[in-house]
Design a protein around this ligand. Structure first.
Ligand SMILES: *Cc1c(COP(=O)(O)O)cnc(C)c1O
Length: 442
């Protein structure tokens, strides 16, 4: 069934844009059924983790002060460990964001003289300062930890020969970023991450393989920890927080790795024993429970966006048909105006702050101006409908999130409307794309 144009019209969508959206969405029914099946599997996986660890009403309450014997915190960490199939997990509101979780995992498991290897090219922008690729106060480089990098091959494959050459006696940790981040390379599937880890472990079984799992959680039925990762790390204001977690990060992995992280987060000697959960636990649990279906909605939005913009002739990564391994969609507009119009459209679709018009600004941790659209219930949450675009070539935007598919769909149509309203696209271009899309259906 189709709800008709009326509500879309009331929200400022033109008939051409609406009809194009209906055609594109109609073509995606089969893909969406596959996403629903993944969500169903992951829903049961999370439910089972909660039941096996006997999550009780008392777990939802939380502690203050030192936070000794925080039943809810300790149980939640067991639930994460069972969902990720790891020995242990650290899931805390004291981990302020994804970058902090990654920095913590690195700094706690590396010692002076060790080397980090990234065999998948440059890591996420904010990690450049953590590692010291861009000199920064307090970086790992200042503590005598060195960094080596092997880029992906031009076709996106692993450069096994140079990875083998880069692994030396000092290599202590291999960092693998699952998602593309602010790059236009393909995202890595869990299966491919597994192949890379197997290759590394064959050369040096004792090397720690860490996966930056941001935006990847629950997109597949397996996680990198199911294919040999020693640590998976991510942010709770992305997928696993389900839109409800107001802050936080997680590290799930081998007991020793997680303990090292806990001793660094709090203090040597204290480790996981302290760290009050304050009032965050109910949202952590409920968000984790909702995360599989929230991620599915965001994934549908990303695929819809790919097909909408691909049909209009823009470069999109991943393309409209590719299999998905994270919730990020890149669309290349080629001009700063396109990036700005897209992000302003996403903002205009928000439930919060839809009347605010975002502008590019100098965001800490990034080397170019960035425009961000985020009218979110949780500030900066990118499992909620959001987009960001660094104002530098190739002038691509990175779109992600949407707590529901319905909202993600509207957001994409609103972004397209913004491009039309600003004269960057003609209504006739939309009609033409619509005709083409109808043909591909029949
Ligand atoms: C978001 C993200 C990070 C950093 O997380 P923040 O919460 O923004 O600090 C790191 N790596 C990847 C791939 C990300 O997507």
């Amino acid at each position: 069934m189709n709800i008709g144009y009326k509500m879309y019209e009331a929200l400022g969508i033109s008939r051409e844009v609406y009809e194009y959206g209906e055609t594109v969405a109609g073509n995606l029914a089969e893909r969406f059924a596959g996403i629903d099946a993944t969500a169903e599997y992951n829903q049961l996986k999370v439910l089972r983790g909660m039941q096996d660890h006997q999550v009780s009403e008392a777990c939802l309450l939380g502690t203050t002060g030192y936070g000794y014997n925080d039943l809810g915190r300790d149980t939640l960490e067991q639930v994460y460990a069972s969902v990720f199939h790891t020995e242990d997990a650290l899931v805390r509101p004291q981990i302020t964001c994804g970058t902090h979780a990654l920095a913590l995992a690195l700094m706690s498991n590396l010692r002076p003289g060790d080397e980090i290897l990234s065999p998948v090219g440059k890591p996420y922008d904010t990690l450049e300062e953590v590692i010291g690729i861009r000199p920064s106060r307090g970086s790992l480089a200042e503590y005598g930890v060195t960094y080596a990098q092997v880029d992906l091959l031009p076709d996106g494959g692993f450069d096994y020969e140079n990875i083998r050459r880069a692994i030396n006696g000092r290599t202590r940790l291999v960092t693998i970023q699952r998602s593309k981040g602010y790059q236009t390379r393909p995202t890595l599937s869990v299966a491919r991450i597994g192949e890379l880890i197997a290759f590394v472990k064959e050369i040096r079984p004792d090397v720690i393989c860490m996966v930056d799992n941001c935006y990847g959680e629950f997109v597949e039925i397996q996680e990198p920890s199911d294919v040999g990762a020693d640590m998976v790390v991510g942010s709770l204001i992305k997928n696993p927080g389900g839109g409800l977690a107001p802050i936080g990060g997680y590290i799930a992995g081998r007991r020793e790795c997680v303990e090292n992280a806990a001793y660094r987060l709090t203090s040597p000697g204290l480790g996981k024993e302290v760290g009050a959960s304050l009032g965050a636990l109910k949202d952590f649990y409920q968000g984790f429970f909702l995360a599989p279906t929230v991620t599915a909605g965001a994934l549908k939005g990303a695929i819809f966006a790919a097909n909408i913009y691909e049909g209009l002739g823009y470069d999109v990564v991943p393309d409209g048909r590719e299999s998905r391994h994270d919730i990020i969609q890149a669309v290349t507009f080629g001009t700063p105006e396109g990036v700005v119009a897209f992000c302003q459209g996403i903002q205009a679709a928000a439930p919060v702050d839809s009347h605010v018009n975002p502008e590019p600004w100098d965001m800490p941790g990034y080397d170019a101006q960035v425009i961000m659209a985020a009218g979110a219930f949780v500030s900066g949450s990118s499992i909620e409908l959001s987009a960001d675009g660094p104002i530098k070539p190739p002038y691509a935007v990175y779109f992600q999130g949407g707590l529901t598919w319905e909202h993600a769909k509207f957001g994409i149509l609103r972004s397209l409307q913004s491009l039309v309203d600003k004269g960057l696209l003609g209504a006739e271009d939309v009609v033409r794309a619509s005709e083409k899309s109808k043909k591909s259906l029949s």
